[in-house]
Design a protein around this ligand. Structure first.
Ligand code: G6P
Length: 576
């Protein structure tokens, strides 16, 4: 994971501005940060702190870390230096054979100061540069290193930045007098629309006035500059206390933006997407986290309209899914960069499958790997927990299902959400009642099942409460043993699914305190009933998700948690 930024320019630019660019990549990790320019090195645990001095430079490398190898300490923060401190590197990825490389380098006298896999890179180049030029050293690096890497390197007394990529994302932004190397376009999209994405096993040497790309054998290659047609601008919190609540409140707007795009600029792609679905025998979704829950929602709706569909979590995809050249795989990913999804797509491509995708971040790796890709147009989501992006994923799937025959009034959704927001006080009241619990269970059946899982995930990651979202029918095969007097159970109860009523009664009979989310008005009079006045089960379930999102927010607020950046997590998971 981790975010990297390298900037080089003919003109001096402010260090403060560079760190503001790094801050835009914090969704990739925020355990520690660091940067180095003109002999200054800063490494510190915690979120990126923007320096208040007026320092200027014309070359800098910066890093924000999500720890993999080595604890969260100042020493393990990047940049990492060679023994002579002349080489500085920032790295995103994992060097799999670092132990072997490290012990070889230690035998030749190199002294390591961190526990990371990344530090080996600086020492590796220090050693190689004793006997060869930098271009040859990078060619050797591609041969010797196992693992994934996006690296930006500086060498004292040398005017270039060196950028090396295998698997982890890296892009060169081309400004008027400035070049930006970054994990993604957010770091520079306010400054330029022109960029070049690195492909695997490529490197570039970037000076203040020119750049040159090479393949892994060191041969010069010519790459085409891509013009970014639509980039997401960086969001600020406006008057909200947290991005999470701001992003939930944006849901009606982003839904409308998505639907508009599907009727206009995305119409052609949507038609191609539909054509491929219609002509396939079976659709296989692949995704992780919240996007996986969206894919379950998609499977349910696709079955309803007679499309054979299945889904599997990306990290186990190749172990459990058989594919062939008749297969169609739809990847769902907010970031478009989740490594497990990318690996699953590589597996699918090798089997000859056609690849479609649903992403939020434009120009992301997954979008670029796809034959056809639809964008959910949710805009940048800053809070680590997915809220508006999950909603737009399911809205897009509902829209597709609707075009394939599902009877649902898609256009009415944003009005329903506005109405739901008016009942916020009721949700705050429920939050006040449950915020001290240690365990929570959320039950759903049918289309309510993915929603139960999504709400449980929100509660775990933002409230730090153990929560299980499960199939109402599965409960009695074990989990019911955990229900005791006062255990809180949230039940997603669309009228259309009477079996969930029995499952809810089963836990109630064992003393559980039930919070019912339902569209059944006959449940009036009971305590802890959250009414959603809409008949349609698909719309009802989307609205129930939003109840869960708001409940999560208010519970976390009561618990005093760091809502937008929960511990140990990152928004984009770019390691296996
Ligand atoms: C991380 C994020 C989740 C997200 C998951 C999949 O775990 O914290 O919010 O759902 O990755 O990410 P993707 O970008 O592929 O949707």
């Amino acid at each position: 994971m981790c975010g990297i930024v390298g900037i080089i320019s003919q003109n001096r630019f402010s260090v403060k501005d560079s760190l503001q660019r790094l801050k835009k990549l914090e969704y990739r990790g925020y355990d520690s940060f660091g940067y180095c320019y003109d002999g200054h090195l800063k490494k510190q645990v915690g979120e990126v702190v923007i320096p208040q001095n007026g320092d200027l430079t014309n070359k800098i490398i910066c890093h924000t870390r999500w720890a993999t190898h080595g604890g969260v300490t100042d020493k393990n923060a990047h940049p990492h230096l060679s023994c002579d401190k002349k080489i500085a590197i920032v790295h995103n990825g994992i060097i799999e054979n670092y132990q072997e490389l490290r012990s070889t380098l230690e035998k030749t006298g190199h002294i390591f100061t961190s526990e990371t896999d990344s530090e080996v890179i600086a020492h590796y180049f220090e050693e190689k540069l004793k006997s060869m030029d930098i271009r040859s050293a990078i060619v050797e690096f591609f041969k010797d290193i196992h693992g994934e890497f996006a690296i930006v390197m500086t060498i004292q007394g040398d005017n270039n930045l060196y950028a090396i990529k295998r698997d982890s994302p890296l892009v060169l932004g081309i400004g008027n007098d400035t070049y930006y190397l970054a994990s993604d376009i957010y770091a520079f999209s306010d400054a330029t629309n022109n960029c070049i994405f690195f492909e695997n096993d490529e490197f570039a040497i970037v000076s203040d006035s020119d750049y040159q790309f090479y393949d892994k054998k060191g041969n010069k290659i010519t790459k085409t500059i891509q013009q970014l047609g639509w980039t997401q601008h960086t969001e600020d919190k406006q008057d909200y206390d947290h991005f999470m609540i701001k992003e939930i409140m944006e849901e009606p707007t982003v839904i409308e933006r998505l639907i508009f795009s599907l009727k206009n600029e995305q119409k052609e792609n949507l038609n191609k997407f539909l054509e491929i679905i219609r002509s396939s025998k079976k659709i296989t979704f692949v995704a992780a986290g919240s996007s996986y829950h969206a894919s379950l929602f998609g499977v349910y709706l696709f079955h309803k309209v007679g499309v054979n569909a299945q889904t599997l979590i990306a990290s186990e995809f190749d172990n459990y899914v058989g594919l062939d050249d008749q297969s169609v795989v739809i990847a769902i990913s907010q970031s478009g960069e989740t490594m497990d999804v990318i690996e699953a797509l590589k597996y699918a491509k090798n089997k000859g499958a056609r690849i479609l995708s649903i992403v939020n971040v434009p120009y992301s790796t997954i979008q670029r790997m796809s034959e056809v890709s639809l964008n959910i147009y949710a805009g940048q989501e800053v809070c680590v927990a997915a809220t508006k992006t999950f909603i737009n994923q399911v809205v897009l799937l509902m829209y597709i299902a609707h075009l394939l025959g599902l009877d649902v009034d898609v256009e009415s959704l944003s009005n329903h959400i506005e109405n739901l927001f008016k009942t916020k006080d009721k949700i705050i009241q429920i939050a006040e009642e449950i915020y001290k619990v240690d365990d929570l269970y959320i039950l759903g059946r049918g289309i309510g099942y993915p929603i139960a899982r999504e709400i449980a995930l929100k509660i775990k990651e933002i409230c730090y409460i153990h929560a299980e979202g499960m199939m109402g029918g599965e409960l009695k095969h074990g989990t019911i043993a955990l229900i005791e007097e006062g255990t809180v159970v949230i039940s997603i109860m669309p009228k259309s699914n009477p079996a969930i009523y029995s499952n809810t009664k089963e836990v109630e009979a064992r003393g559980a305190k039930i919070i019912r989310i339902t569209n059944d008005i006959s449940t009036t009079g009971e305590i802890n009933v959250m009414h959603i006045k809409v008949e349609d089960e698909t719309i009802f379930c989307i609205l129930s998700t939003i109840v869960g999102q708001l409940l999560t927010y208010y519970v976390a607020l009561k618990r005093g948690n760091p809502i937008d950046k929960p511990r140990n997590l990152a928004k984009s998971v770019t390691v296996k």
